[in-house]
Structure formats: C-alpha cells, structure tokens
Design a protein around this ligand. Structure first.
Ligand code: TTP
Ligand code: MG
Length: 614
C-alpha cells in the first residue's frame, strides 16, 4: 500500500485536512449515540457535580460568617469560649462536614465520569474496528494503514473528551458561574457590580483567544498528520531508503516536516502564554478594585470584613470556570475534529451484500462465467473491458498477459474484492452480486504472490484458526505442497511462532504456506495469482505434480508469467490491455501464432540465450 502525503485533495482529504473543527450539531447528534447507553451514569455524574458545586458555593458563605462571628466577638471583647458558644463552633463543625462531603462527592464523581469515559472509548474503538473489517478493499487502497490505526486508537480518546470533559465540564462551569453570580448579587449589588467590571475585558480576551486557538489547532493537527504519514512511509520503506542511499536527504526532509510541526506548536505556546497571564492580570486588577471599594464600604459600615472575604473568595471561583470554559471550547474543537474523522469511517460504504442473498450450493460445481464485464478502479479508467469467458467445472484455466494487463483485477473481481461496473460474474450460474460474499468466498482458495502471514505459529497459519482442521491434516497438506522440508528445519517446526507479516520467512516459503492454507479449506475453486513466482524451479516442479492431482476435482485459475507453468492448462486466456485477445489450449494457441505464440517465443529465446532451458 502506498502512502499518499497529506495535503492532497480527493478522498483522503477528509482524513487529513479540511478539518471542520466547528461545533456541528448534526455530527454531535450522531456521536452522542456512543454516550447514550451510559446516560444513567452520566446523569449520576451530573448530579454529583451539582452537589459538589453547591457545597463549593456555600463554603465561602460559611467562611465569611465565621470571620464575622469572630470579629464581632473581638470587638465586643467577648472571651473566646463565649464566641465559640455564640455559634462559631457550629459553623466550624458544619464546615468540616462539608469538606468531608465534598471529598466523597469528588471521588464518586471522578470515578463515575472516568469509568464511563473508558467504556465509551472501548465502545467506539470496537465500533470502528468492526466497521473497518466490513470495508471493501478499495478503502484500504486509498487510506494508509497508519491513518486507519490513528482512527482506531487515538481518535476515540479525543471523542470521549467530548462527552466527559467538555459537555459535562461546560455544564458544571456554567452552573458555577450562575450560582456565584446569584450569590454575590444577593449579598451586595454594588460590590458585585465592581467584580463584574472585569467581565467585558475577559469576554473580549476569550473570544480573541478562541479564534486564534482554532486556527492554530487546525494547523497543529495537519502538521501532525503530515509527520505521521511521513513516518509511516519512511519506516515501511526503510529498505528502499537504505538501498538508494537516501538517508541524508530523508533526514533533511524530516527536519522540515518536524520544523513545521514545531512552529505550529510554538504558536500555540505563545497564544496560551499570553492568554493565561492576561486573564490573571485582569483578575488582580479587579481584585484591587474590589479591595478599594469593599474597603471603603466596610469602613463605612455598609459591609463586613467577612463579606469582603467572601467576595474575594467568589472572585476566584468566578474566574476559574471562565478560564476552563475557554479551554473546554478548545477541547470541543479537537474532539469534534476527531468525531468527524470517526464518523467519516463509520459512514464509509461497506462491502455490499444483498439483503436477501441466494444461498450458495454446497458443494459448488465450480462453473465460472464472466459475461461482458467492465471494471474500473476509479471513474472511467477501464481496467477490464468487455471481458467474457466461461470456465467449466473441473477445468483448469490460465491467464497470461503483460504486466498491468488486468489479470489480478479479474481475480479480485471473482473474489468479490471490488465491485464491477457493467456485466455479470456468475458462479454456478448465480451472479455473485446476489450471493453473500462471506458465503461464496469460503469456496474459493486463494494463493497470491504477496503472502501475508498472521502473528502465530506455522500450524495455525496453515489452518487459519479453523480448529476443525487437525494437526494431522495440516502436516499432510504441508507435505503435499512440499512445505514440510523447510518447516521441519524451523526451530519448533509447526509450532514455530511467526511475527505478523511473516517477515522472517523467505517469499517462497511464505508462498508454500499460502498454498497449504488454501488447500485446508478444500475449496471447489482454487485461484493462484503468480503463486509460484518466488519458488525455485525444482520445488515448483514438485508442486506442479501435486497441483495436477489437486486439479482433478476442482476448478483452478492460474495467473503466471512463467508460461511453462501453465502449459498444461485446459484453457489459456491471453489478456491484453483489459481485453481477452486469445483463448484456447497451449497447442491451439501455438498453432494460431498470435500473441501467445510470441510470448512463448520471447520467453523461450530469452531463456535459451541465458543458456537455460525452460
Ligand atoms: P492488474 O490487474 O493488477 O494487472 P496484472 O495483474 O495483469 O499485472 P501483473 O502481471 O503486473 O500482476 O492491474 C491492471 C491495471 O489496473 C493496472 O494498469 C493498474 C490498475 N490498478 C489500479 O488502477 N488500481 C489498483 O488498485 C490496482 C490493483 C490496479
Ligand atoms: Mg497481477
């Protein structure tokens, strides 16, 4: 899979750029369904938050009252014991109780919120992975693996923030703001207005900050995607980079990509660096104003020291949620961007299966028919043009033709990996579009040139996690395809554990395993695309013998560049630029002296020039 660089347009745009990080109510309604199953928990969290906040608001009131009670005592010259009896003790007791209650509430709230959050993340991750499993192969042609991984691993975290931190956090902060406002205006209107004097400045700063932050935030996300795509490409292509001595230039290239990311982050640092101190500055100025005005009022007897203390406390409680709100808006934007990307995957078209599939006959006879099939990977770039052929049950067919002629595409269509645009493909007389892909793929054994082995031991890779295939059968099949000799030499033999991809085996060894894998299914149709391309001539001859026996009761389709390997096929189709140009047996085609004849001549001459007989 090639890794496209970000910034380009087209399909991948919505995975990289064009992030609309604005709040989008339609998207929000879609995403909220991940939180809906946990509405009870979230409601509980909200309730706990409300109680906690109420206690928070009430505390400065108590503190103020306590101070006033004490001051009264001092001014009246009462003894400490009497002050205590005058209600200070009760106040302090109530206060201690509230602090304890807040501790419990805070613990319960955090636990409820966090555990719900983790559940939401888990659900989203599963949903995205489930979706990815159902996507057609064409999706993976367009989206690099690194990006899909980000969608499954990182984005759910960001989206979770939307429900837990942002929505509930905003709710809480707004409640605090309203409660504080109510409390101060109820206590003293003129002093409350004094505190509010700072509001316009703060509102202005927050708006400017929000706008700035949004632009910078998008920039950071894009730069990050850029770095990820760069790394994805350059780590998987390490071999090529080394072979072409590109290390130095790649290091320079990375320095630039890295610098762009650094710069975007630095802009964020600067904006954040200004915003917080600015708000602090405004806050302390407002405090000074309050001290001055409150001082005058206290001295004049219109307010008490406890009240002034309470106002100072409330001022802190007022600014804190304001700052948090600004940051929550920021998080809202990032989580909306993540949500948008997750939603884009969730809305991708899945592999289409008919609503009411025709059941697949068991066993199939294995008749394959292409009826005027046209196919393009994209738009009208026809890769297959009006392809028609029939392969009768039990026949062996071969496709030959130049590189890029469309042979693999024919096989991909037969396996239902891509949807064809015109014509029909029929298996046993039933069009594949009316069958369930999962059902009929069971009947097709596929051996490809590039073999992907899963993480696990050799035997498991052969039986493909199908427990019904016994160890005995695995060994028998491995012997059949001549894989046993190299497997026996591996440490642990059939229990030898492979890493994902099977990179520690040679290409030929992987192909042999792939052969065995296809045969454990005992498929009615066996499809081989360059299946022996990486296998030495000696082993291939041995496999050919096995294959001949295998072909007896199944339909086989082989694609091969080495023509010697398909000479015995019942029918050979010559593909040229997406069309079938010739078909027939080897002898017929040789007699015809057309394209096939020339291909054979070329290979034969080429081989004999090198002194090798094919
Ligand atoms: P293939 O069908 O892959 O060609 P082939 O199998 O005959 O070639 P080879 O012998 O090298 O294996 O491709 C046919 C054309 O389709 C080719 O021009 C590339 C194009 N193509 C796409 O546009 N998108 C794709 O995802 C693939 C796989 C191929
Ligand atoms: Mg091919």
């Amino acid at each position: 899979m090639n890794v496209p660089m970000p910034g380009g347009g087209g399909q991948r745009g919505k995975f990289y750029t064009n992030e609309k990080a604005r709040f989008n109510p339609r998207l929000f309604r879609k995403l909220i369904r991940f939180a809906l199953p946990y509405w009870k928990m979230l409601l509980l969290a909200l309730l706990l938050m409300g109680l906690f906040t109420a206690a928070d608001i009430y505390r400065p009131l108590l503190e103020g009252q306590a101070i006033d009670a004490f001051m009264e005592g001092v001014s009246e010259g009462t003894l400490p014991m009497q002050v205590a009896r005058n209600g200070l003790m009760q106040l302090v007791g109530l206060y201690a109780l509230m602090v304890l209650a807040q501790f419990v509430l805070s613990y319960c709230r955090t636990m409820t919120l966090r555990s719900t959050g983790q559940r939401i993340i888990r659900d989203i991750r599963s949903a995205v992975f489930r979706k990815v499993q159902r996507l057609p192969l064409s999706f993976f042609d367009k989206h690099p693996a690194g990006v899909v991984v980000t969608r499954i691993v990182n984005d759910p975290d960001a989206l979770n923030e939307l429900f837990t931190t942002v929505v509930l956090g905003m709710f809480q902060n707004i409640i605090v703001l309203m409660a504080v406002t109510f409390a101060i205006f109820r206590t003293d209107v003129s002093m409350a207005l004094c505190l509010m004097a700072a509001m316009p400045l703060i509102a202005l700063a927050t708006i400017v900050f929000r706008l700035k932050a949004r632009v910078i935030f998008l920039e950071i996300r894009n730069r990050l995607a850029h770095i990820n795509a760069f790394l994805d490409e350059h780590i998987s292509g390490m071999g090529v980079i080394k072979a072409f001595h590109m290390e130095k230039s790649k290091i320079d290239e990375f320095r630039n990509v890295n610098k762009a990311y650094y710069k975007a982050n630095m802009r964020n640092v600067v904006v954040m660096g200004i915003f917080r101190p600015f708000i602090d500055c405004v806050r302390y100025l407002a405090l000074a104003l309050l001290l001055w005005y409150g001082g005058i009022r206290t001295l004049g007897g219109a307010a008490s020291i406890g009240m002034l203390y309470m106002f100072i406390k409330y001022m802190g409680m007022f600014f804190h949620p304001l700052m948090e709100l600004a940051e929550e808006f920021n998080t809202l934007q990032s989580s909306m961007a993540a949500g948008e990307k997750i939603n884009a995957i969730l809305e991708e078209d899945e592999e289409v299966d008919p609503a009411d599939p025709v059941p697949v006959a068991r066993p199939l006879t294995g008749r394959i028919e292409f009826d005027h099939v046209w196919f393009a990977y994209e738009g009208e770039n026809w890769v297959l043009r009006d392809v028609s052929f029939v392969i009768e049950p039990g026949q062996s067919a071969a496709f030959v033709g130049a590189t890029g002629a469309g042979k693999t595409s024919i096989i991909s269509l037969l396996c239902g990996f891509y949807e064809y645009q015109k014509g029909r493909i029929l298996i046993d007389g039933v069009e594949i579009k009316s069958m369930s892909k999962k059902d009929y793929r069971r009947h097709i054994g596929l051996v490809l040139q590039d073999v992907f082995l899963m993480a696990g031991d050799i035997a498991t890779n052969i039986r493909m996690w199908n427990e019904r295939v016994s160890d005995e059968r695995v060994r028998e099949i491995a012997r059949y395809v001549q894989a046993d000799s190299f497997i026996d030499k591996l440490p642990g033999g059939y229990d030898h554990v492979l890493r994902s991809g099977g990179g520690t085996l040679s290409s030929g060894e992987r192909q042999l395993i792939s052969f065995a894998r296809a045969l454990t299914q005992d498929p009615e149709i066996l499809v081989m695309d360059e299946a022996t391309a990486n296998i030495d001539t000696n082993t291939e001859l041995l496999i050919q013998e096995a294959l001949l026996r295998l072909q007896q009761n199944r339909t086989t389709i082989a694609v091969a560049h080495r023509l010697s390997t398909i000479k015995n096929a019942d029918r050979i189709f010559v593909i040229h630029k997406g069309r079938i140009r010739e078909s027939g047996s080897h002898d017929e085609l040789m007699e015809h002296r057309g394209l096939y004849y020339h291909l054979v001549q070329l290979q034969y001459n080429g081989a004999s020039e090198q002194g090798q007989q094919t």
